[in-house]
Write a new protein. Sequence first.
Length: 287
Amino acid sequence: MTTLTGKTVLLTGASRGLGVYIARALAKEQATVVCVSRSQLGLAQTCNVVKAAGGKAIAIPFDVRNTSQLSDLVQQAQDIVGPIDVLINNAGIEINAAFANYSLAEIQSIFNTNLLAVMELTRLLLPSMMERGSGRIVNIASLAGKKGVAFNSVYSASKAGLIMWTDAMRQELVGTGVNISVVCPGYVSQTGMTVDTRVSAPKLAGISTPKSVANAVVKAIKNKTAEVIVNQNPITESLTKFMLAVGQISPTSVDRIYRWLGVVDFNQKRSDNRVQDSYVAVESHRS
């Protein structure tokens, strides 16, 4: 698939964050984007962005955490636009906390969104792609799935599972005409979960623009790239890959690097802010 012109793309998490930038990048390729998210208002805004950039957009409000109902989403999308050529699993949830402070509902929500919904959407769309002998699937993971991050362990686990599942599926799909890729961004500026937390991301760890991540997604589709690491610039990306390779030999060495870079402190502050916000909300409710 060297061109996306005229192709139909189903994009989850389309109403905000990276989803908006990915939708715009797809629009510039003249793709039809089926935008999926919980927020109707956000979807309307993304559709306007897509149309302004020269693409076509359809909005379908849906909460992908409802994995048992994803077949309804797929049926609705196919009824409107026909077969899906590209699936981009972008929807994600991140909740920072010390592991003992997570609730079971929070753990389930993270895994339902970040991993189970991805698997189920792929399972539902894959037969049609394989029958046509053509299709692309791109999963948006994270560097947190390549190396576990303290005070973000559940998110790390969900993204690590996503990376390993993508790796297994890539091997399984050889010869079918369907390709699957995973994109692993580090910290992202301007938008998304890093910005939402009111704590500045550690600059030494590398910070990428959302546009660079969106461009990486488009390139992964066109080039059938197995795995893409996005982290600020080619030099930082090479250093990141080297560090991750060292981590396979000596995990504790990279633990020390993460502390030096400020990654652990960053996530602990985000966790502390969440606890404080919850306390303020409870006190406000009591008053």
